[in-house]
Design a protein around this ligand. Structure first.
Ligand code: SME
Length: 137
């Protein structure tokens, strides 16, 4: 629908803004729960194309956040088990859930080519971004 198009354009703009302005954000994208299914679908993103357009709950960092409802910061992806590699250039990852009416409906996922770049400031900032995103969904 037109509304979905508008929504996806807005989400893509957010990805572009984050990717452009924060040097250590090198892949920025959204995953959303696929209806009542226990899987995530890739939404708008900026960065290298990924094969992982569908991620089952529990799988990888993203799938774990779908279940835990908590931020997941990975300072070194090589040291992480249950991690799904998308690109060999990626060194670190942060995933922050998006809540609508208290329900975890998706997440923002950011990969970095810089080792251990994410601080609590990134977490607070991305929580704010996710809260804003929740209002346009
Ligand atoms: N690394 C993620 C998969 C998504 S890609 O980063 C785009 C994970 O382990 O869930």
């Amino acid at each position: 629908s037109n509304q979905d198009l508008d929504k996806n354009e807005r989400l893509l703009k957010i990805c572009e803004l984050l990717d452009k302005n924060i040097t250590y954000y090198n892949w920025v994208g959204f995953y959303f729960r696929n209806g009542e299914k226990e899987e995530l679908l890739l939404g708008p993103y900026v960065g290298a194309p990924t094969d992982h357009t569908v991620i089952p709950f529990g799988k990888g960092i993203c799938g774990q956040v779908a279940v835990s409802n908590e931020n997941f910061v990975v300072p070194d992806v090589a040291a992480q088990d249950n991690y799904i590699a998308c690109s060999i250039t990626v060194k670190a990852e942060i995933v922050v859930p998006i809540f609508v009416n208290g329900e975890n409906i998706g997440q923002i996922d950011i990969d970095s080519n810089t080792p251990d770049p994410f601080t609590e400031l990134d977490e607070r900032f991305l929580e704010f971004v996710c809260a804003q995103v929740a209002t346009i969904l």
